[in-house]
Design a protein around this ligand. Structure first.
Ligand SMILES: O=P(O)(O)OC[C@H]1O[C@H](O[C@H]2O[C@H](CO)[C@@H](O)[C@H](O)[C@H]2O)[C@H](O)[C@@H](O)[C@@H]1O
Length: 409
């Protein structure tokens, strides 16, 4: 028993160290939690209670700007950034609670989409499922270097399979070019820059049609996708010159801060601080805010260890989801079931839209309890993979049984 407690203590210490180094391995935490739970050891009783994330609504006050009111539904944190964000993706400046017990009650409220799969599909019978997928933290694991957030071949094959059966869209904060380079699939819709850059596959995907109608090819170069796809909607086009200026200015102003990465996401700019030393965060935040202040038509939002400069237009991932449903001919349809899987705050806008439609499945990817508008949960990208494979298998099976039925078997 003593050995076990010592092991759990060591394991928990490792988790905490990982947090301090701005990393979080959800699977590892899960294992620690399992070891502790199996042996009836509460992490808190070890004096190392893990911490949970808290509602962003409680933490970030909406900005009141003198000139332009931020109309974007994403939270605007231009003048009121949260205090120290250096607790990795756990956002651990919140009340300390025991993760094992809180996770259980959270999952009771946001049931596993894998465990609930049969029930979900029962409701989906006769309805048209449209699949929306976030990229980072959903299709690819969160890693230090955003350029290395690659999607596995298995995941690509699963998305390819899903897209054979359902209209499928990737909605991401990344630039459209970057995400097409990562995903490399030709028959999905891509909505980059948090939905501000929407592109359709060469042949519009007809909803509800059989799998073989959607030919999915893995392409070698994003160029091939860019040229074969059609740009549908770019609501922030007029901001492009200003965004380029902001990008350059951010690069210049932050070049002396070690670990900062400025990512050009076309219609928005990401300032990554995952590898910035904690003591440098304050100055980074100040510099970023001073740049944004010069551009009253822009505001700041936050994601996982990232600050994002976005044009203040009323457009977010939720709007992109509605736009795509509309494009697919489902704007007022009562028999469409949008299914959205995402892990970050910007995905909440899409979850909210699905909830307000009163139809569909908002699914959050998280291995820790989080305040969310999602109804279901998956722990990590590996569970997303299982879910997607199962979804494709389910549809395939229903096609085969329908075919058998049609032939009188
Ligand atoms: O909407 P998403 O597809 O989830 O994109 C949101 C941001 O994701 C990326 O940053 C996040 O993932 C990185 C790689 O794992 C990680 O290093 C970073 O800390 C995360 O915030 C992307 O680089 C951003 O541009 C996206 O806005």
């Amino acid at each position: 028993m003593m050995k076990l407690i010592a092991h759990a203590r060591r394991s928990t210490q490792r988790v905490l160290m990982q947090q301090q180094h701005h990393h979080l391995d959800g699977r590892f935490i899960k294992n620690v939690r399992l070891v502790a739970r199996r042996n009836k050891i509460s992490l808190r009783s070890l004096g190392m209670g893990l911490q949970r994330s808290v509602s962003y609504k409680q933490r970030v006050q909406p900005i009141q700007r003198s000139t332009t009111k931020a109309e974007n539904k994403g939270r605007d944190v231009s003048t009121n950034l949260r205090t120290p964000p250096f607790q990795s993706d756990l956002n651990t400046n919140d009340p300390v609670i025991s993760l094992d017990s809180s996770y259980n009650s959270w999952v009771a409220e946001h049931p596993s989409a894998l465990d609930s799969f049969d029930r979900m599909m029962k409701t989906a019978k006769g309805k048209r499922i449209v699949v929306f997928l976030d990229y980072d933290g959903t299709l690819s694991p969160i890693v230090d270097n955003p350029d290395r957030a690659l999607m596995s071949d298995e995941m690509r094959a699963a998305v390819r399979e899903v897209a054979k059966y359902f209209p499928t869209a990737i909605i991401t904060g990344r630039s459209r070019d970057k995400v097409t380079e990562f995903v490399k699939l030709s028959n999905v819709y891509y909505a980059g820059s948090h939905g501000m850059d929407i592109m359709a596959p060469p042949r519009p995907v007809k909803s509800g049609t059989a799998g073989n109608d959607h030919q999915t090819i893995a392409l070698d170069h994003r160029k091939e996708i860019s040229t074969s796809h059609e740009v549908l909607f770019q609501p922030a086009k007029k901001f492009l010159p200003a965004i380029q200026e902001i990008f350059t200015m951010l690069e210049e102003k932050t070049e002396k801060i070690q670990g900062v990465r400025i990512e050009d996401n076309s219609f928005c700019v990401s300032v990554h601080f995952r590898q910035v030393r904690e003591e440098d965060y304050g100055i980074l935040e100040e510099k970023v805010k001073s740049v944004v202040k010069k551009y009253p038509e822009f505001h700041l939002t936050e994601g996982k260890m990232v600050l994002e400069v976005r044009p203040s237009i009323e457009w977010n991932k939720g709007h992109a989801l509605e736009y795509l449903l509309d494009t697919l001919g489902f704007s007022n349809s009562s028999d469409v079931l949008p299914l959205y899987i995402g892990d970050d705050r910007s995905d909440e806008d899409a979850f909210k839209v699905i909830r307000s439609r009163g139809q569909g499945y908002p699914i959050i990817v998280s291995s820790i309890p989080k305040d969310t508008n999602a109804l279901y949960s998956l722990q990590d990208p590996s569970e997303v993979l299982s879910f997607l494979l199962r979804l494709a298998r389910w549809k395939k099976a229903s096609f085969s049984s329908r075919t058998l039925h049609e032939y009188g078997f």
